[in-house]
Design a protein around this ligand. Structure first.
Ligand code: ZN
Length: 228
């Protein structure tokens, strides 16, 4: 029997590809994304790249990347209102909305990075009547925010948030498995550890989980016409 691959929805490194399907996250400044090398790429203007006077330039680079590469997910995109980042908030809002328009036109799911900016994100998503799949990367928010995300076609990417004492753990069991992905993010951890940790936390069968996450991935592939 062919063993099923583990899906890693957000990573900076491709490792043991025989066992893992990785969506590799590439920086927007990578003017020629290596589509021959990587089957699945996520790319977007991260809120951290945005400052008071570079948003036009970033957006035109982003558009070029989207037009010339077969990008699987648009992201990380989003809002970051942490102390260090909040002075670029108005630009962040603008750039986020512009990228959502591209996602709508190109039929792409998005990958969200959010720190303290959920209200702003929800407002823009509602304004645009955004219905594409949304993957909340390292989702680590309150139950109230989780309830808000249910108004959209939301998925929750789990990784580091399974290991620290996050609020998410108090309602992890309530999140439907049909809405879950796993990620290693910037870490060197093995994606298998994330699957195992989840199974330990909610007492679920590992093989069954791998199967479900693969089905979730196939859904995203169907949405944006990717062959998987
Ligand atoms: Zn992030």
């Amino acid at each position: 029997m062919k063993t099923m691959k583990l899906v890693n929805i957000r990573s900076n490194n491709v490792s043991n590809t025989d066992f893992v399907t990785t969506v590799i996250n590439l920086s927007i400044n990578n003017s020629t994304l290596n589509k021959e090398k990587y089957q699945y790429i996520s790319c977007g203007i991260h809120p951290w790249s945005i400052n008071k006077n570079n948003s036009k330039e970033l957006f035109s680079t982003f558009k070029k990347n989207i037009e010339s590469n077969n990008i699987f997910l648009i992201g990380e995109i989003g809002i970051d209102k942490s102390e260090k980042r909040k002075e670029s908030l108005s630009e962040q809002l603008k750039v986020f909305e512009l990228q959502l328009h591209v996602a709508i036109n190109e039929n792409k799911p998005i990958l969200i990075h959010c720190v303290k900016g959920f209200n702003e994100i929800f407002t823009i998503l509602k304004k645009l009547k955004f219905q594409n799949p949304i993957v909340f990367h390292n989702f680590n928010s309150s139950f109230e925010i989780y309830l808000e995300t249910l108004k959209f076609n939301s998925y929750y990417s789990l990784g580091a948030n399974l290991f620290n004492n996050s609020t998410l753990l108090s309602f992890l069991k309530l999140i439907p498995r049909e809405k879950i992905f796993f990620e290693t993010d910037e870490s060197q951890q093995n994606i298998r550890e994330m699957y195992e940790k989840y199974c330990e936390l909610v007492k679920f069968n590992y093989n069954e989980l791998v199967l479900i996450i693969n089905q979730n991935f196939i859904k995203l592939c169907k949405f944006n016409n990717f062959v998987n």
